[in-house]
Ligand binder design. Structure first.
Ligand code: NAD
Ligand code: ADE
Length: 418
């Protein structure tokens, strides 16, 4: 079996970490047990380009239990957990192509290994597989029936392909399921981003000023968790509605040129490019910490910083110190890549349970329905989304009320007024 992982000897550690995560993924566990009996993915090759973590490993086991012939590659050069990659290869015979710290050439050789697997189904986090297929459709499109996409940025890329009439196969936007972005993007990114900042720097959050760029699902999570730890939080936005929400949630909102003068820690979660740029670095306080938990490595303009800085040195794992001509220092975490997955372990398993339940059930759904699907971006069907919420509550031991007959009738009636 072909693979490319850092060191198979790490598999033992990966094995117990995989088990630990699995124990906190009861919804995915229930799906795995059903999949092992029913084999809904039998005969299908599936290539996944996801962060190679202990949670993703549990998803791979679910898909394999369902009968799929799975292959996994990294969706980010820094997020791979090498012990997990080794364990999937050695103990579960799942081909993995992912090495933490891989360079661009090796990263793309892995993407092409995923395509050489001739997938029927693609599973992306950021649309790298899909965009490679769209660049060479004659070579790679042949067997594909459908795909799934995990994150906001990937869905944006796919919707723009769809809008141009150029999307070549149906894709399920897993990110847009309520049981995904309400929880993963908000609570997952909220907690794991601060975890990444703290593991990389060991700074005290209490009493510091945290600037959060973007008040979407991820931004809300980061802002509320930073505030919960005692930080003064400033939000920057470009959307008036989201900015208003941030104001009414109790945060200060101001443009980045003002925020840079006040911030100690900066987190970008916009999905946009060059959100922190040359002019912003120049106005920051000495020893400002800058990181990204949003999109690839494009939110912080590192090229600008590299050009302006007169000195650069690594100072801790995942921390680069840049000294500006003014003598002030800026600390960039994880090379401007996702700090929660590069400096920490990504979202906790408890929340990835729902995201990956959506992935597994979406793979089953496309295998059942692909013949009637068009070349469009689809939402996860509402009944799947609701079922995941129901199961998650149940596994958390939380019960809710049921509508009475009278309530059902009342809600269906239009006659009754005040
Ligand atoms: P979202 O669309 O809900 O929010 C993004 C927000 O950023 C919007 O409110 C938008 O108005 C704002 N924005 C855009 N450009 C801006 C700018 N120049 N300055 C300030 N604000 C700006 O998206 P989301 O679900 O919060 O996702 C944000 C990013 O995080 C995406 O790239 C997504 O793929 C990524 N993401 C990362 C993780 C992770 O594990 N780190 C998890 C989920 C999503
Ligand atoms: N994205 C964010 N956190 C993740 C995790 N723990 N595993 C896989 N993908 C993720």
């Amino acid at each position: 079996m072909k693979h490319d992982v850092a060191d198979l000897k790490l598999a033992k550690k990966g094995y117990s970490r995989l088990e630990w995560a699995g124990a906190q993924m009861p919804v995915l566990g229930a799906i795995t047990r059903r999949f092992s009996k029913e084999k809904p993915l039998k005969g299908l090759r599936l290539s996944a380009c996801l962060h190679v973590t202990s949670e993703t490993a549990n998803l791979m086991l679910a898909l394999k239990a369902g009968g799929a012939d799975v292959l996994l590659v990294a969706s980010n050069p820094l997020s791979t957990q090498d012990d997990i990659a080794a364990c999937l290869v050695r103990d579960y015979k799942i081909p993995v192509f992912a090495v933490k710290g891989e360079d661009r050439k090796r990263y793309y050789s892995h993407i092409y290994a995923a395509l050489d697997h001739r997938p029927h189904i693609t599973m992306d986090d950021g649309a790298d597989l899909v965009s490679a297929i769209h660049k060479e459709p004659r070579k790679y499109l042949r067997d594909i029936i459908a795909g799934t996409e995990e994150t906001t940025t990937g869905v944006i890329r796919l919707r723009s392909l769809e809008a141009e009439g150029r999307l070549l196969f149906p894709i399920v936007a897993v990110n847009d399921a309520d049981t995904k972005h309400f929880f993963d993007n908000r609570y997952g990114t909220g907690q794991s981003t601060l975890d990444g900042v703290i593991r990389a720097t060991n700074v005290l959050v209490a009493g510091s000023t945290v600037v959060v760029a973007g008040y979407g699902w991820c931004g809300r999570g980061v802002a509320s968790r930073a505030a919960g730890m005692g930080a003064r939080v400033i939000v920057t936005e470009i959307d008036p509605l989201r900015a208003l929400e941030a104001v009414m949630d109790g945060f200060q909102v101001m443009p980045m040129p003002e925020a840079v003068r006040a911030g100690d820690i900066f987190v970008t979660v916009t999905g946009n490019t060059s959100v922190i740029r040359k002019e912003h670095f120049a106005a920051m306080k000495d020893r400002a910490i800058v990181c990204n938990s949003g999109h690839f490595d494009v939110e912080i303009d590192l090229k600008d910083l590299e050009k302006t800085a007169k000195k650069k040195r690594p100072i801790r794992d995942c921390v680069q110190e840049y000294t500006l001509p003014s003598g002030r220092r800026v600390y960039v975490l994880a090379e401007g890549r996702l700090v929660n997955l590069s400096a920490a372990e990504g979202h906790p398993a408890m929340v990835m349970d729902m995201s990956f339940a959506n992935q597994a059930l979406s793979a089953e759904w496309v295998s059942d329905h692909h013949r009637s699907l068009e070349k469009k971006v689809y939402r996860v069907p509402t009944d799947i989304d609701k079922e995941i919420a129901r199961l998650k509550l149940k596994t958390m031991g939380t019960d809710i009320d049921k509508l009475t007959k009278a309530q059902i009738q009342y809600l269906a009636a239009w006659e009754s007024g005040t």
